[in-house]
Design a protein around this ligand. Structure first.
Ligand code: NAD
Ligand code: DAU
Length: 340
């Protein structure tokens, strides 16, 4: 396979690059990434850089000419590139509309023109909004609550419309909250793990009882892999939830991190709540299990411990962001002010 991976220098994208190069050494990968504050060339090690089947292009998915040129050299696309942080979308939504919706449109058009054989669109469980009463299923209404989630819902439906209208072979994943190595330290788990290591306060929004459905990033990668490689009739035009059915509250996660790192609970700092804060995100993965035989391979307890160990062992990786990246420092000051 020759795969164009957009957003491949981000958290999930880079894990997916590693996953694919290891599992399918014959495949050719082209990464297109704009290297926003969240994209990081240090997510690839020297083995990846020297792999002849790996190519990196620094560029934006809204650059039509570049996208068309790259698309001519691949047969499949996995589209991760997006603005992804809910809190940032609450402060400034424009970049989310531009990348997540317009950028997806540019890619879909190029995919249509270049006869792409499978376009895996990485959507998110955020598109459902609140999971009321039970985990969301694929046929549920989309009631996104943040500008990020609404942009992703637009992109998700736009991708599906290219299947319905033009027959473009699109498959869509809606995964729950990922955790693992290489996650930018603005999201809950890497922010709290690294703050705890530094003995800085852990800023819990509001009461901290909001729950999320946590999945190890490798399990998301194996689900995407199934969407990429399953036969046409099983996945084209279909949406699949991906989850390892592991719901925990923000306070649960915070306490696990503190206990694992042997840090005091006094580091917990309740701060002002996120506007429009979703009380519960959770999705039912029954469809992908039944249709594609996908199963999560990783339990939470073991993998949160492994993830914490990874941040302990890779201090240079996150300190380069927290201590040297101006965008990071500016964000923390804007978002947390005196609580940072
Ligand atoms: P991330 O923020 O870590 O990485 C995003 C990547 O996209 C970065 O490398 C960035 O440089 C790149 N990018 C941003 N704008 C771009 C543009 N205009 N052109 C090219 N590249 C651009 O994000 P992530 O957490 O790895 O999420 C990846 C995808 O998975 C997103 O589509 C997100 O909505 C989705 N998703 C994330 C989660 C999660 O828990 N993190 C869960 C479900 C779905
Ligand atoms: O559900 C999938 C989504 O998960 C992805 O689509 C998004 O890209 C990803 O960012 C994530 O969204 P969340 O808003 O759930 O993730 P975040 O890590 O920002 O927050 C998780 C929970 O932790 C949420 O209830 C808010 C809370 N939180 C977060 C931060 C950053 C805090 O209490 N304090 C914080 O400082």
């Amino acid at each position: 396979m020759r795969i164009l991976i957009t957003g491949g220098a981000g958290f999930i994208g880079s894990n997916f690059v590693h996953y694919t190069l290891e599992k399918y050494p014959e495949d050719r990968i082209i990464v297109l990434d704009a290297l926003t504050y969240a994209g990081n060339l240090e997510n690839f090690n020297k083995h990846t850089w020297s792999n002849p089947n790996f190519q990196f292009f620094h560029g934006n998915i809204i650059d039509e000419d570049l996208v068309n040129e790259l698309m001519r050299n691949v047969d499949t696309v996995v589209h991760f590139a997006a603005e992804t942080h809910v809190d940032r979308s609450i402060r400034e939504a424009g970049a989310f509309l531009e990348t997540d919706i317009w950028g997806t449109y540019i890619l879909l058009e190029a995919a249509k023109q270049n006869g792409i054989k499978r376009f895996v669109h990485i959507s998110t469980d955020e598109v459902y909004g609140e999971a009321e009463g039970r985990p969301s299923v694929e046929g549920d209404d989309l009631k996104p609550k943040s500008p990020y989630a609404a942009s992703k819902a637009g992109a998700d439906r736009l991708a599906w419309s290219y299947w319905a209208t033009y027959g473009l072979p699109v498959a869509i994943s809606r995964c729950s909250n990922n955790y693992g190595p290489f996650q930018y330290p603005e999201k809950l788990i890497p922010l709290f793990v690294t703050n705890a290591i530094e003995e800085k306060p852990l800023p819990v929004y509001g009461h901290g009882k909001n729950t999320r459905d946590w999945i190890f990033v490798q399990d998301h990668c194996s689900g995407i892999d199934a969407l990429l490689r399953s036969e046409d009739g099983k996945v084209n035009g279909e949406v699949f939830n991906i989850s390892s059915e592991n719901e925990l509250s923000v306070l649960d996660i915070t306490e696990i991190i503190l206990a694992t790192l042997k840090k005091p609970k006094s580091l917990i700092n309740h701060v002002e709540d996120r506007p429009g804060h979703v009380t519960r995100h959770a999705v039912n993965p029954g469809k992908i299990r039944k249709a594609l035989g996908w199963e999560p391979g990783y339990g939470f307890e073991e993998n949160i411990a492994k993830t914490i160990d990874w941040y302990k062992a890779n201090e240079d990786w996150w300190r380069n962001l927290k201590e040297k990246q101006a965008e990071y420092q500016e964000w923390i000051k804007t978002q947390y002010g005196d609580h940072s």
